[in-house]
Design a protein around this ligand. Sequence first.
Ligand SMILES: [Zn+2]
Length: 346
Amino acid sequence: MDNDIYWQAVKKNDARFDGAFYFGVKTTGIYCRPSCRSKLPKRENVEFYSTAEMAEQSGLRACRRCEPRSTGQTVDDRVKMVIRSCELIGSDVTLTLDDLAREAGLSPSHFQRTFKEFVGISPKRYAEARRIDKFKKDVRSGSDVVTAMYDAGFGSSSRLYEKAAVNLGMTPAAYKKGGAGMKIFYAATACDLGRIVVGRTAVGLCYVGLGDDESMLEQELKTEFVNAAITRDSGALKDYIKVILEYLDGHSRSIELPLDIRATAFQIQVWDLLRTVPFGRTVSYSEIAEMLGDKNKVRAVARACATNRIALAIPCHRVVASDGKLSGYRWGIERKKILIQKEASA
Ligand SMILES: [Zn+2]
């Protein structure tokens, strides 16, 4: 159930939603229709039900004031459609306006208008808000910033940053206390694949990012290690960058540098396995899952690859889909293609 849209209807006493769902209040043991004028309960005490029967089966009594059972009114089909769309958005944040309109059997403009009429904001803004919600929740429950961004459907962290000031009221990084006490030095340089930003601690390599835009990579580094003291220092990175460029130039087949990996146990497991994939070879996400002893972990493996923050040294570019397709790459699919070709022809 899409709680967000329901809660909004309750807050507004929106009678258009009467019959479409019911809400129960744990502390009072009573359930109501959305338009009930009783005092607004606290959000954490509220549960939603699609039918009055379900509310009663949970042990709730009908409210005497709004008499949720007595209505018998038919619910506007548009309300049902809007609720269904919100559920779809909640379950898959990558759906486009066209997808949703098709699902609803309406033209995109008609769909957009109807959605806005009942929800108050456009489907796009609604989806954005849901992504931000999910991101906040994930980070609060301990996920790292980039993994949370990925899970919340933000393709790249720059997109979240664009929205952050408006929706989050602060930078995404402020949600996370990662990297506290760490001292990171970094430097940037040009390479065949564009710009490369390399970060290290006293322990070892902690970040390698590839991209077209150096400042975006710097921002990502800072997002990953938000509480770390981060200083640009080419001197401290000279040897590290040399080793990485030797690999990129085809003069060496591996990046022999100490790593400073701060990650979840699962990420570490996956990343360790990635480091056993030989130069010039590829494996599939499902093969990695099998190596981990759980075939069902394919998606989790893909996620661990997508959140790898040490490109090249942890060779997530060597993981492809089972059908041989390249699948995704945090640092751009074109770069993955080039890396695989380069290694294959070396
Ligand atoms: Zn009531």
